[in-house]
Ligand binder design. Structure first.
Ligand SMILES: [Zn+2]
Length: 151
């Protein structure tokens, strides 16, 4: 818990412009499979096609992680069952990032997207502080601060 507290205070140093994304390096460093996580969120068609593609090998130079994000953005995110309100905030955030090609978002943008996602259904408190804490505590989705694009 102490560690989480430290991480949170680190983010509070006026870094209001900090953006967050799904950090693919995190998966490598933690021996997690990004592909498996994404595949489980694909529509049945993509899911099945994905397995075929994996077994036959792919000649594409696109990394499969990038191809998986592309598949979600292009196809699965537009199918029923993907954007459903009764998911955890972190699950919604993960899907939101996949839907927009894993483009880094600020906390303010994340809050807006999540509010839009859950619509009027949700009684949960969703604000930038809550999001910051959830992201700092995350050890499942690999969501973390994105490098500053201006640097
Ligand atoms: Zn699909």
């Amino acid at each position: 818990m102490e560690q989480i507290g430290e991480m949170v205070s680190q983010y509070q140093d006026g870094q209001t412009g900090q953006r967050y994304f799904v950090d693919l390096e995190w998966y490598k460093n933690n021996n997690r499979s990004f592909e498996v996580l994404v595949q489980n969120r694909m529509c049945p068609d993509s899911f099945n096609g994905w397995n075929i593609g994996a077994s036959s090998g792919t000649s594409s130079t696109t990394p499969r992680s990038a191809a998986a994000i592309d598949e979600i953005e292009r196809c699965c995110s537009k199918k029923p069952g993907f954007i459903i309100p009764n998911l955890t905030v972190m699950e919604i955030l993960f899907r939101t990032l996949l839907t927009s090609g894993n483009q880094p978002l600020t906390l303010g943008e994340i809050e807006a997207r999540i509010r839009e996602w859950v619509g009027g259904w949700d009684g949960r408190v969703i604000n930038e502080d809550v999001l910051k804490r959830l992201i700092a505590a995350d050890d499942f989705y690999g969501i973390g601060p994105a490098p500053d694009a201006d640097e």
